[in-house]
Ligand binder design. Sequence first.
Ligand code: FRU
Ligand code: BDF
Ligand code: MG
Ligand code: MG
Ligand code: CA
Length: 600
Amino acid sequence: VVLSVAILGAIGGLIAWGVIATQKCSPETSETPQLRNMDWWEHCSLYQIYPRSFKDSDGDGIGDLEGIMQELEHFVDAGVDAIWMSPIFKSPMVDFGYDISNFYEIHEEYGTMEQFDQLLKRAHELGIKLLLDFVPNHASNESEYFIESEARNPIYEDFFIWDDGIPDPENPNSRPLPPSNWVSQFGGSAWEWSEKRGQYYLHQFAVEQADFNFRNPAVKQEMFEIMKFWLDKGVDGFRVDALPYLIEADPADHGGKYPDDPLSGLAQFESHQLGYTIPLYTKDLIELYDVVYEWREFIDEYNKEHGGDTRVIFSEGYANITMTMLYYGNEEGKIGAHFPFNFDFITDVSSKSNARDFVYTILKWLTYMPYGAVANWQFGNHDNNRMPTRFRHDMVDGLNSLNMMLPGTSVTYQGEEIGMRDGYVSWEDTVDVEACNRGDEDTYHLYSRDPARTPYHWNDGPNAGFSTNSSTWLPIAQDYQEINLAKQKADARSHYKVYQALTALRKEKTLSHGEYDIRALSDSLFYLVRYLSTHDTFVLLFNVGTAPDTVVLDRVPYLRRPATVYISSIHSSRNIGTVINQDQLVLAPGEALILQSPSA
Ligand code: FRU
Ligand code: BDF
Ligand code: MG
Ligand code: MG
Ligand code: CA
């Protein structure tokens, strides 16, 4: 099956997003084009929950499943269609759940399997899809897999990447040197000595996160078992973690030795620091994609066998555009993830970017994406500083508008709907393994992911309504009395109200099925047009600059006048419903307007 056919079916025109003459999805007049039926994941509003920080139900200062259960209505209210949750499985919490010790059990601080089953059932009753975080690259060193592997139990002996290391020429009787110069993502050698087994094991992340051996068929089989276990419970799919690191170079191809990664030559890095090497043998290896393609076959097979709504995989990994696009599939017709997460708004633009940078970044993804594939957009996650902090505070509504108005799926990180900013976390309060391992008291803030993980702001009460405990696992951000959900529901204008209007706007056929046109009009201003000939046109105008700037409206294609303001950023002088009949508009710094104009 050719990729484009499998994913979407052939599309007639340039950038039409699903105008296709196969099925009629609703009774419409003879003039309306036949709109393709879209599967839920192709145009949903997806939301990432960081469970530890969402809502604490039992007053231990740590978010939990029952807390998510209590607040599920929030997603209905916000207009969210699907949720993915960072890991909820049994874990020693060295990397807050990304170090899993039992892939089939719920972590006790988060609740029980019964609570999980109830959560899933309730989400489905509310029409919300629920996806889990699948972490295939590594397991906790406290997992049975690792303990048995270290003990050379034949069943598990080759579950991880073990090696004798290199005899130390200067001290032949001492412990061997690590097999290669590979550096962990969290700093230090990626190899750790096991006294017990008398060998090194590989860990691309923390010492306590041992890398699975994906050249062992038994490991691959175990991954299918894990996915099947949760699919049988009824989950709607998986976000799949850290894929670029799935497979490393095979010593069989390198004279029986693990090859050193080339040196970056960057003088600021010492040999134990990330950046010292170029990850030629440790990242983006071409073999890893075959594993992803097998998972897709597995999930498609599961879908076929069990029917019901489509279960999906969304892949995670930071890689260049070419290696990222291979997660969708390759030109030989292999199909991979339903989509790879698009991190370009996180890695390629910031408060320093101008309108041209934004347009270029958006077109990059859309240009490289395989024909017929589904795009996705996001401004944050649990690994990066929060969106309003990385950009400017006055850009929240414009950035959420962009996220929601672009074709494909929108992804919101917990808190973005109310414009939550990074919390301040002192060195004493810092718990992130990446910050603790790579940084010290003076440098931890360069690495710490804690500021983006502080608890959700429900209201202006104690602990922002997150927990009744005297303390919380990470401190509450200082600004919770100004920025919280309850206040934003009460205020006449708020980020949350803009967010609700945006998720509602996404239900318009123009947004799901229309074409797009995006262009910079100046260094500060760009437009994004969404257009479907038989429906209203919606146009986003966004001033990302720091000074007022003027749009000449004739330059915006498909924008018929009079147009009306459909949504405006909260500090805009234009209210919803304002009629725009003039030739020019001056937009304030950070101002974003979504204009609606009638179809021809
Ligand atoms: C990437 C990530 C990190 C985690 C790492 C290893 O998003 O999930 O949060 O530390 O991968 O699992
Ligand atoms: C950089 C990075 C990620 C990785 C993990 C640790 O943010 O190395 O690429 O997925 O979150 O940090
Ligand atoms: Mg709790
Ligand atoms: Mg190490
Ligand atoms: Ca690996």
